[in-house]
Design a protein around this ligand. Structure first.
Ligand SMILES: *Cc1c(COP(=O)(O)O)cnc(C)c1O
Length: 452
């Protein structure tokens, strides 16, 4: 099974190569050339399996040519040791909480599996990697935690100095060891641009650079799994039901995982793609014209403040189109098929806040800003397609972070402090280690050359 580059100018590679490279040499993103399938019988059987076993059954369809099944099983069992609550809200409408991992964000799902897969292949090859990653808050801590203490991987995380919460920062800066954190005096998009430039810089060719951003295919495979899990656990097995997911989207890695799950056979009726005020994708779906938002807009769902989502090139490729890394479209995707599978909506900060208040009041369920964007997106979808609001229609809105990661917003909206999950306790007292750099590529390159 091989992976091609969305820019179509690079040789197809194995999963191992795609995982360890991150970005393709032509600056495109790796995508599976063909997709395996899950049959209806298999899906029915999944209803009796736990998360790690479902993860194994799905990922081995992609990885069986490259690793022993017993090694893969050991990796998923080691990566997925926490709960995935599917909280009923009303009728068959659920919130899936992907916030029970070690850094209390859904990024743990991808980072933990990707880190273990990288480690597995690097050990075999006896080589090292230097992971460069840009974060708007949650990727950095998930990657830093998932890779912390590994001997053949060093990690450099860039974050926008003023765009992450104190708690998000402390989840990264209190680690040290093989983890270097850099505060950039700029926005998330600036951090992402610095990382991308480093990858393309011939002067850094001697460094074994790789990425852990959602441009890495190693993030996408694990992000298919909770969609399959939710369906397997919520369906009535006697029927071939369809499910609707609402996905709070920033760089569209989460959505790409869901789309891949659908394309291998998961019966998803619709993906509601809910963005914050960075509405480039909803506009694109409505008009056919793609325009990046530069600079990205600051919203309270800060992990989704992305004006040019990196995975849109993959999404367009999956629907027969072609977009390069600058956001230029060379071949339009099949819009009819896209619009059949996806409903996209932009949610304002005011509506996000109102949703947190309303869901808490009506259903005693505490959402944080990203999950609230997903829930609000689902409401918009029900207004547009009332038949899908029917009591028997399964719908799952994805909660991507724990409310305790956003205490300031929650306090402002609801007047109390969310309770800390055990994974976030004790951060306040720990010392922090990080450096601050200006938003300058020269400064960043110099730092890398001096330290690695
Ligand atoms: C990263 C993140 C998102 C956006 O996910 P994408 O895969 O980038 O679309 C949403 N919510 C939270 C809490 C995140 O950390």
């Amino acid at each position: 099974m091989l992976y091609y580059s969305t820019n179509l100018q690079a040789q197809p590679v194995t999963f191992r190569e795609a995982l360890l490279k991150g970005l393709a040499p032509d600056r495109g993103l790796f995508m599976p050339r063909e997709l395996p399938t899950i049959s209806a019988e298999e899906l029915r059987r999944f209803s009796d399996l736990d998360y790690a076993d479902i993860a194994f059954e799905v990922t081995r369809k992609f990885l069986y040519t490259e690793m022993a099944e017993s090694d893969l099983l050991a990796i998923v069992k080691d990566a997925y040791t926490f709960l995935i609550p599917l909280e009923p809200v009303y009728e068959r409408k659920y919130v899936m909480r992907l916030d029970q991992g070690p850094t209390a964000s859904f990024k743990d799902f991808a980072a933990r599996m990707m880190g273990r897969l990288m480690q597995y292949f690097l050990r075999q090859e006896e080589r090292n990697l230097l992971i460069l990653t840009a974060t708007s808050g949650d990727t950095g801590s998930a990657i830093a935690n998932a890779f912390y203490g590994l001997e053949n991987i060093k990690v450099v995380v860039l974050y926008p100095e003023h765009e992450v919460t104190e708690r998000q920062r402390k989840q990264m800066t209190t680690l040290a060891k093989n983890i270097q954190i850099i505060a950039i005096n700029g926005k998330f998009d600036d951090c992402q641009a610095l990382v991308k430039r480093a990858f393309a810089d011939p002067e850094l060719a001697s460094l074994p650079l790789s990425s852990a951003n959602s441009i890495n295919i190693g993030r996408l495979l694990p992000q298919m799994l909770y969609y399959v899990y939710a369906y397997a656990k919520l369906r009535h097995t006697a029927e071939d039901e369809q499910i609707i997911f609402s996905v709070p989207s920033g760089n569209f890695g989460n959505l790409m995982g869901g789309l891949l799950a659908k394309h291998i056979g998961l019966p998803v009726k619709k993906f509601v793609v809910a963005t914050n005020e960075n509405d480039e994708f909803p506009v694109f779906l409505a008009t056919g014209d793609y325009e990046k938002i530069v600079p990205s807009r600051n919203c309270i769902s800060s992990a989704m403040n992305v004006g040019h989502p990196s995975n849109v090139a993959r999404l367009i490729a999956l629907y027969g189109g072609n977009m390069d890394e600058t956001g230029q479209i060379h071949q339009k995707p099949d819009f009819d098929r896209l619009r059949k599978d996806i409903y996209a909506v932009s949610i304002s900060d005011a509506e996000t806040q109102e949703t947190i208040k309303q869901v808490y009041t009506d259903h005693h369920l505490l959402l944080e800003p990203h999950g609230a964007v997903a829930w609000a997106g689902l409401s918009h979808y029900f207004n547009a397609f009332p038949q899908d609001a029917a009591a028997e229609q399964m719908c799952v809105a994805i909660e991507t972070a724990h409310p305790a990661k956003f205490p300031v917003e929650i306090r402002q909206i609801l007047g109390f402090d969310p309770e800390l999950p055990p994974s976030l306790e004790g951060l306040e007292e720990k010392p922090e280690f990080f450096v601050t750099l200006p938003n300058s590529y020269t400064a960043f390159r110099q730092f890398l050359q001096e330290h690695y």
